[in-house]
Write a protein that binds this ligand. Structure first.
Ligand SMILES: C[S@@+](CC[C@H](N)C(=O)[O-])C[C@H]1O[C@@H](n2cnc3c(N)ncnc32)[C@H](O)[C@@H]1O
Length: 233
C-alpha cells in the first residue's frame, strides 16, 4: 500500500506551515466555518488548521498510517476520522463543503473514476455546497521529463525519492534504507488531466466559481497546480 511507510516520514519531508495556511486561506476566501468533509486528509495538517478556525471537520484517507499521524494532532478529539476510499462516500450524509487537497485528486487514475468521483462528491453536498480541489498542472509533466532526485536521512533510515513523468503519468518512487539492513520501497502513480476535459466533466454537476494557478494567478497559466472552487448545481 502507498503511504504505509512514507506516512511516518511525510511531515518531515513535506510539512510547510506557511503553505498549509495558504490552503486554509484559499478555502476561507469562499467558505465560512461550517460542516465539511476532507477527502485524502493525509497527516492532517490542513485538517487541524480548519478545526482551529472553527470548522466542524470529518476527514478520510485510504491509508491507516496517515490517519494515525493525523489523529495524533487532534488532541481534543474534535475530528471524525475514517479510513476509506474517497471514491465511495455512501456512508456519509451531506456536507456544506468537501475538499480534496494537495495533489490527492491525481491518485484517481482513470477518466471513468474521475467522472464518478465528481458525481459522488456532488451527491454528498448540500444545496449550493462547495467543492474545493487542486490538480497537478500540465507543466508538471514537462518538468518531470527530467527526473527529480532527492536523498536524505531520518533518525532510523536513509531515503531516496525520485519523480519522473511519462505521457500523462507522474511516477514517484521512495526507498527507505533502514539501519538494520532492510529496504522498503513505495511506488506511487498519479495521472494529470487536461483542464478542458476536467471542466467539461465538472460542469455536469457544478458551477465552476474559480479556477486559479498556484493560488493567485487567474485561470489556467504556467505553474505547478490548478485550483478549482466549484458549487453544486
Ligand atoms: C499527497 S498526500 C496529501 C495529503 C493531504 N491532503 C495534505 O494536504 O497533505 C495524498 C493523500 O491521498 C491519499 N489517497 C490516495 N488515494 C486515495 C483514495 N482513493 N481515497 C482516499 N485517500 C487517498 C493518500 O493516502 C495520501 O494521504
Amino acid at each position: 500500500m502507498i503511504y504505509d511507510t512514507l506516512a511516518q516520514y511525510y511531515d518531515a519531508l513535506v510539512k510547510d506551515e506557511e503553505a498549509s495556511r495558504m490552503w486554509v486561506d484559499w478555502i476561507e476566501s469562499k467558505c465560512s466555518p461550517c460542516d465539511v468533509l476532507e477527502l485524502a486528509c493525509g497527516s492532517g495538517e490542513i485538517t487541524e488548521m480548519l478545526v482551529q478556525d472553527g470548522f466542524d471537520v470529518s476527514a478520510l484517507d485510504l491509508s491507516d498510517e496517515m490517519i494515525e499521524q493525523a489523529k495524533q494532532k487532534d488532541v481534543d478529539n474534535k475530528i471524525q476520522f475514517y479510513c476509506q476510499d474517497m471514491k465511495d462516500l455512501s456512508n456519509f450524509s451531506k456536507f456544506s463543503a468537501i475538499f480534496c487537497l494537495c495533489d490527492s485528486f491525481n491518485y484517481l487514475l482513470e477518466k471513468e473514476e474521475v467522472s464518478k468521483f465528481f458525481k459522488e462528491v456532488s451527491d454528498h453536498l448540500k444545496d449550493q455546497g462547495y467543492f474545493f480541489f487542486d490538480t497537478h498542472s500540465l507543466d508538471r509533466l514537462e518538468e518531470f521529463e527530467d527526473e527529480f532526485n532527492e536523498t536524505g536521512s531520518f533518525e532510523d533510515c536513509d531515503y531516496q525519492w525520485s519523480i519522473m513523468s511519462e505521457d500523462d503519468l507522474i511516477y514517484q518512487d521512495f526507498a527507505f534504507y533502514f539501519q538494520e539492513g532492510h529496504i522498503v520501497q513505495e511506488h506511487h502513480i498519479q495521472r494529470v488531466y487536461d483542464p478542458v476535459w476536467l471542466e467539461k466533466e465538472l460542469s455536469k454537476h457544478f458551477n465552476i466559481l474559480s479556477v486559479k494557478t498556484d493560488f493567485d494567478l487567474e485561470g489556467i497559466q504556467e505553474g505547478e497546480k490548478y485550483f478549482y472552487i466549484c458549487q453544486k448545481k
